[in-house]
Design a protein around this ligand. Structure first.
Ligand code: GTP
Ligand code: MG
Length: 199
């Protein structure tokens, strides 16, 4: 499915611009620069479908991608959070947009929460996890950029992340460790996304 048709659908700066709620959606959330856009490119086998950048906070809208022919899943690339230079207004806007989307979106089947494997879960990640728990949106935790750390450090991060995830009501069991660079964990993530969309 992910090797088939994938198209950028639209960018929604506000809830009034959301696509019609007709297709199961999967949303990607994570700190700015954690690798959301890169992961969308990796799971869909595209080089530059979602714009990646070194500038944190580049993505500020909800960006939708259609996957499959016939259309089967819609991916939502959510704006990144938690970068130091973010103006207060922008943080406020982010909170409203994301919270409203998470609470009001019936077709949202799962969120994927990306955690940088070098840093583990940070307070800003707990904020989005709190929002997801509050909205009762089931979420899958995914570690990113595992090509950048040693296996021993990865083991420690996996253990700490799983321990915290187990205490959270809406967290889906398990943890997928990925690298968009090497492709590790990408097939597992695809499978998890498909299962969530079809459930
Ligand atoms: P925002 O849109 O600002 O929230 O960022 P994002 O989460 O979409 O991150 P993006 O995919 O743009 O990646 C940020 C930077 O990390 C880019 O320079 C990517 O090339 C790099 N990057 C992403 N994933 C990986 C990975 O798995 N391994 C390595 N080594 N670098 C990665
Ligand atoms: Mg991005």
């Amino acid at each position: 499915l992910f090797a088939g048709r994938v198209d950028f659908l639209k960018s929604a700066p506000g809830l009034q611009f959301l696509p019609g709620p007709t297709v199961p959606e999967i949303a990607l959330a994570g700190r700015s620069n954690v690798g959301k856009s890169s992961l969308i490119n990796a799971v869909t086998n595209r080089k530059a479908l979602a714009r990646t950048s070194n500038t944190p906070g580049r993505t500020q809208e909800l960006n939708f991608f259609d996957v499959g022919e016939p259309l089967a899943v819609r991916l939502c690339d959510m704006p990144g959070y938690g970068f130091a230079e973010a103006p207060k207004d922008m943080v406020k806007r982010w909170r409203f947009l994301v919270n409203d989307y998470l609470r009001g979106r019936q077709v949202l089947k799962r969120a994927i929460v990306l955690i940088d494997s070098r840093h583990g879960i940070k307070p800003v990640d707990r904020e989005i996890m709190d929002m997801l728990d509050g909205a009762a949106v089931s979420y899958q935790l995914v570690l990113t950029k595992i090509d950048k750390i040693k296996a021993s450090a990865l083991d420690a991060t996996v253990a700490a992340t799983l321990e915290e995830a187990m205490k959270r009501p809406a967290a889906h069991p398990g943890l997928i460790a990925t690298s968009s660079e090497t492709g590790r964990g990408i097939p597992e993530l695809r499978t998890a996304m498909l299962a969530a969309a079809l459930a």
